[in-house]
Design a protein. Structure first.
Length: 382
C-alpha cells in the first residue's frame, strides 16, 4: 500500500486525530497510538489497524519512553492544545533535534498561534470561527453544525493526513522533516474555499437558507415520501430539471419558471405534495437510470445493500459485524486495505512495541512494575 513502512506515533485524542491516524493506517502505515494508563475504555472508534501502547506521561520516565518512540518514527501526530507537548519536553525542537527527518503533525482547533490558541473547543466552535457555520441552516432557522463533519473530519483529520503526505513527499527530496500546524478553523475554511470564491457568481447573495445550494431552491432539497423516507433532489441544470419534472408527472407549462426565485416556495409545495404520493422505492424505480439527479436518502445501515454501493464494495462489514465505508480514494495499483479485525485494547501492544524499539526485557518489566507503562496483551487472548 502507498504508506507501507511508514511509522506513525499517534497520541490519543478525541476524534480528529484518531481519524487522521485511521486514514494513515488504512493506506498501510504502522500507527502506534499512545494511550493513558488506568483508563478502562478508549473513545477511539477509528482505531482499526492501529496498535496501542499505554504510557503514564505524567512520569518523566514515560516521557523518555515516548521520546524514544518518536525519534525512531517517521511521524508524530499530537492532538493536544498548544504547549502541552512542550511542557513534557516533547515539543518539535526537542524531537526534531534528535530526528531531523521527523514529521511533527500538530492537529488543533485554532492553530499554534493567535489569541484562541490555548482555548478549549470543539467542531462547532471551529466551524463558527471559519465563517462557514453562518451559512448553514434553513431559512428563518438559526445556524446549525452538520454533525462534527466539517471541522473535526474534513478540515481536521483529513486535512492533517493530507499535510503529512505532502511533508513525506517533500522529505523524499529534501531529506528533512518539518512541523505541520493543522488548525481546524483554517482546514474547514479551506475546504469551504468555494463559498468565498463563488460569491461573484451571486450564489450566496440572499439570506441563509434562501440560496440555490443552502436549501433555498426547491430543485435542490429533500422530500418526504409516502413511507416516511426521503428523496434527495439535485436537479440544477435545465436539462436535468426537465427530467425531474417528467419523473414527477408534472407539466412544465403549468409550473413557474425554474429560476423564478419568488415562486420557489410554491414550487417546493408542489414537489412536496407529489413526492408524498409514492414510496421511496417507487420513486427510486422512476428516477434510477435518469439524469433527474434524484436519489434515495439512505440510512447508515441501508447503504450496504444499495445496488450501486454493492457493485463497488463502497461499504463493508468488519469481523465485529460493524458497517464501515471503505477507504477513499481507490488507488488502482496500491489500494488501501482497511483492517477488519477488532480494534486494539489499551496497552495491548506495549510490550511488543517497546521490544521492537530497542527496550530490553528487564527495562520493560521495571517500567511495568513502576506503573510507567501498562501491558494488556493478556486481555487480547481472552
Ligand atoms: C470523542 C467524541 C466526539 C468528540 C467530537 C467533538 C465534537 C470534537 O470536536 S473533538 C475535537 C476537540 N478539539 C481538539 O482536538 C483540538 C485540540 N485539542 C484541544 O484543544 C484539547 O485537547 C481539548 C480541548 C480537546 C481537551 O483539552 P484538555 O484540557 O482535556 O487536554 P489538553 O489541554 O489537550 O492536554 C492534554 C492533557 O492530557 C495529558 N496527557 C495526554 N496523554 C497522556 C498520557 N498518556 N498519560 C498522562 N497524561 C496524558 C497531557 O499531559 C495534558 O495534561 P495537562 O493538561 O496537565 O498539560 C466525544 C463525544 C461525547 C464524548 C463522551 C461524553 O462527553 C460522555 C463521557 C464524558 C467523560 O468525561 C469522558 C467519557 C465520555 C464517554 C465522552 C467520551 C468522548 O469524549 C465523547 C464520546
Amino acid at each position: 500500500m502507498a504508506l507501507t513502512g511508514l511509522r506513525v506515533i499517534e497520541l490519543a485524542g478525541l476524534a480528529p486525530a484518531p481519524f487522521c491516524g485511521m486514514i494513515l493506517a488504512d493506506f498501510g502505515a504502522r500507527v502506534i497510538r499512545v494511550d493513558r494508563t488506568k483508563v478502562s475504555m478508549t473513545v477511539d472508534t477509528q482505531a482499526r489497524g492501529k496498535q496501542s501502547v499505554a504510557l503514564n506521561l505524567k512520569s518523566p520516565k514515560a516521557v523518555a519512553v515516548l521520546k524514544r518512540l518518536c525519534v525512531q518514527s517517521d511521524v508524530v501526530l499530537e492532538p493536544y492544545r498548544k504547549g502541552v507537548m512542550e511542557k513534557m519536553g516533547l515539543g518539535p525542537e526537542d524531537l526534531l533535534k534528535e530526528n531531523p527527518r521527523l514529521i511533527y503533525a500538530r492537529l488543533t482547533g485554532y492553530g499554534q498561534s493567535g489569541s484562541y490558541a490555548k482555548a478549549a473547543g470543539h467542531d462547532i466552535n471551529y466551524l463558527a470561527l471559519s465563517g462557514l457555520l453562518s451559512m448553514l441552516g434553513r431559512s428563518s432557522e438559526k445556524p446549525y453544525a452538520p454533525l462534527n463533519l466539517v471541522a473535526d473530519f474534513a478540515g481536521g483529520g483529513l486535512m492533517c493526513a493530507f499535510g503529512i503526505v505532502l511533508a513525506l513527499l517533500e522529505r523524499s527530496r529534501s531529506g528533512q522533516g518539518q512541523i505541520i500546524d493543522a488548525s481546524m478553523v483554517e482546514g474547514a475554511a479551506y475546504v469551504g474555499s468555494f463559498m468565498w470564491k463563488s460569491r461573484t457568481l451571486g450564489l450566496w447573495n440572499r439570506p441563509r437558507g434562501e440560496n440555490m445550494l443552502d436549501s433555498g431552491a426547491p430543485f435542490y432539497d429533500t422530500y418526504r415520501t409516502s413511507d416516511g423516507k426521503y428523496m434527495a433532489v439535485g436537479a440544477i441544470e435545465p436539462q436535468f430539471y426537465q427530467q425531474l419534472i417528467l419523473g414527477l408527472g408534472l407539466d412544465d407549462a403549468d409550473l413557474p419558471s425554474q429560476m423564478s426565485v419568488s415562486d420557489w416556495p410554491q414550487l417546493r409545495q408542489t414537489f412536496t405534495q407529489v413526492f408524498a404520493t409514492k414510496t421511496q422505492a417507487e420513486w427510486g424505480r422512476i428516477f434510477d437510470g435518469t439524469d433527474a439527479c434524484v436519489t434515495p436518502v439512505l440510512s447508515l445501515d441501508e447503504v450496504l445493500s444499495h445496488p450501486h454501493n454493492q457493485a463497488r464494495g463502497s461499504f463493508f462489514k468488519d469481523s465485529q459485524g460493524e458497517i464501515s465505508p471503505r477507504p477513499a480514494p481507490v488507488l488502482s495499483r496500491s489500494p488501501a486495505e482497511a483492517c477488519r479485525t477488532r480494534d486494539p485494547f489499551i496497552g495491548e501492544h506495549t510490550r511488543t512495541v517497546l521490544k521492537e524499539y530497542g527496550f530490553e526485557q528487564a527495562q520493560i518489566e521495571q517500567l511495568l512494575s513502576d506503573g510507567i507503562i501498562e501491558c494488556n496483551e493478556a486481555k487480547a487472548r481472552l
